[in-house]
Ligand binder design. Structure first.
Ligand code: NAD
Length: 506
């Protein structure tokens, strides 16, 4: 899995980082809106602690303006300029495809922006995140003019049409770990379905969200269809959550904040609330895994990729005792390859955590694990890579008790909890012993065990003999406190549409 650094590419990323033009203001009704707010913050790049331009936190009035612009755009009739919800789907498709083409033209700029905002390796921002973003916009653009409605089998004296209509104005609230992909998983199906959007990105990643919305405008997506308000969660996120003229909220983030969104909805207009939340995913390795070395490679990649800041990170490795020593020694070898490096260096497999707060938080999980009796095998400390940066060593614990804090709490960092079990049934019991249910992995050569165990695992996605594989055609989302509803696939369109029955007497 080690990639040999290619200095020419490092120079390319450094030079791209020096050419970044940071967007400013917000994007409301097709215009850059310079905020009147006196409230602002200054994001610090986790690469080296350097201050990025300061960002205004939208006032209540500015959130109202963005929602009003989205409502006005939603209500435009197909005969008016700037119509969206009433456009024939194939016209929305053409505009979304043009948008994707512009993202592709600007993908290097977007990749380096993300890398500086939240620390993802620039290579991975380009090759993994931007590729997923493009695939998402293109998939929903192509899907939307192939949806057909229903005629119900009523009696001969009646005709019943069951049609899908766009739900209206959608508030999209997103985190920083995959800032453009996770927002695309919501914005793309919402726009394709004919909805209009107000996006509030994470306070760590406002710039890439603004830049991509500028590209949407440049592609010809009408004013007011995609608006971006920047700001802090408890003020701007909350205002959007409680807004009486927002019809649905699509949220990705922590379980704690997801719960708040259900309150916002209950206390306002009962808007639909779709939640993609935290996880503590189990990855089970049985002794008959078809290729143990691949299982070890993928277990290491899964927990250290994106510095472990993945909702699906396989952070609980549940290993059968017969192969536990081999797995541990393989993991310790692999951990060396993930020593954190400059995210702009070519071949970096693990950059910094997203912020100094993340380093403090991960460190507190490490201390709790030690206090609960787990054995630290490697890492467990911040790493000095670039002065002012937020780097953390790849960390592995063994002897983790299934009910201990490290096995139960989401760390959202490069910290693996290894739990040893004696048989398949114990593996399943330990895997399901979690309040979360986002994903799980399973490594076995037995078709029968694979089917039986994947049925028993309470998780939205079960990967068998792989992990983090995906395709736009399959749904993604969680059981239990990992959320509700599904992103990706045609099922996601359900979240942004209402079903209407029109019943005719003939
Ligand atoms: P977060 O919940 O702190 O923030 C997410 C968004 O909510 C941000 O835009 C933030 O500004 C906003 N917010 C914060 N507090 C708010 C409040 N009180 N009211 C309204 N809005 C508020 O999450 P994060 O730290 O940005 O991301 C990490 C979390 O996201 C982890 O728990 C991770 O598992 C989860 N996540 C889930 C998925 C998934 O698909 N299930 C994907 C990625 C991340």
């Amino acid at each position: 899995m080690t990639v040999t650094p290619a200095p020419a590419d490092t120079e390319r990323w450094i030079s791209a980082s020096q050419r970044v033009t940071w967007p400013h203001g917000m994007l409301i009704d097709g215009k850059i809106h310079e905020s009147s707010s006196t409230n602002s913050w200054t994001p610090l790049s986790p690469r080296n602690g350097e201050a990025l331009p300061s960002v205004a936190s939208a006032t209540d009035m500015e959130v109202d303006l963005a929602v009003a612009a989205a409502r006005e755009a939603f209500n435009r009739h197909s005969s008016e300029p700037g119509a969206w919800s009433t456009l024939p789907p194939k016209e929305r498709k053409h505009l979304l495809l043009r948008f994707a083409d512009l993202i592709e033209e600007h993908q290097e700029e977007l990749a380096v922006m993300i890398s500086l905002e939240m620390g993802k390796a620039a290579d991975e921002a380009l090759n993994i995140e931007l590729r997923a973003v493009l695939a998402t916009y293109r998939w929903y653009a192509e899907a939307i003019d192939k949806q057909v409605d229903e005629i119900a089998p009523t009696d001969a004296d009646h005709l019943a049409l069951v049609t899908r209509e766009p739900i209206g104005v959608v508030g999209v609230i997103t985190p920083w770990n995959f800032p453009l992909t996770l927002s695309a998983w919501k914005i793309a199906p919402a726009l394709a379905a004919g909805c209009t959007v107000v996006h509030k990105p994470s306070e760590l990643t406002p710039f890439s969200a603004l830049r991509i919305a500028e590209l949407a405008l440049a592609a010809g997506i009408p004013d007011g269809v995609l608006n971006v308000v920047t700001g802090l969660g408890p003020s701007v996120g909350r205002k959007l959550g409680e807004h009486p003229d927002v019809d649905a909220l699509a949220f990705t983030g922590s379980t704690h904040v997801g719960r708040a969104f259900q309150h916002y909805s209950a206390d306002s207009n009962l808007k639909r609330v779709w939640l993609e939340l935290g996880g503590k995913s189990a990855n089970i390795i049985l002794p008959d895994a078809p290729d143990l070395e691949t299982a070890i490679d993928v277990a290491a990649w899964g927990i250290f990729f994106n510095s472990g800041q993945m909702c699906t990170a396989p952070s609980r490795l549940i290993v059968h005792r017969d192969v536990a020593d081999q797995v541990l020694s393989g993991l310790l070898d692999r951990a060396n390859q993930y020593q954190p490096r400059d995210p702009l260096a070519a071949g970096t497999l693990m950059g910094p955590l997203a912020s100094k707060e993340r380093v403090r938080d991960v460190l507190s999980h490490v201390r709790n694990a030690e206090a609960d009796g787990a054995l630290l095998q490697t890492g467990g400390i911040p790493a000095a890579v670039i002065d002012g940066g937020s780097y953390f060593e790849p960390t592995i614990f063994t002897g983790v008790r299934p009910d201990s804090r490290l096995a139960q709490e989401e760390v959202f960092g490069p910290v693996l909890a290894m739990i040893t079990v004696d048989n398949e049934q114990e593996a399943v019991t330990v895997a399901n012993n979690s309040k979360y249910g986002l994903a799980a992995g399973l490594w076995t050569g037995s078709l029968t065990s694979a089917h039986r165990i994947s049925r028993e695992l309470r998780a939205g996605t079960v990967w068998i003999n792989c992990y983090e594989e995906g395709d736009l055609s399959v749904p993604f989302g969680g059981y239990k406190l990992s959320g509700n509803g599904r992103d990706k696939s045609a099922h996601a369109i359900d979240k942004y549409t209402e079903l209407k029955t029109s019943y005719f007497a003939l």
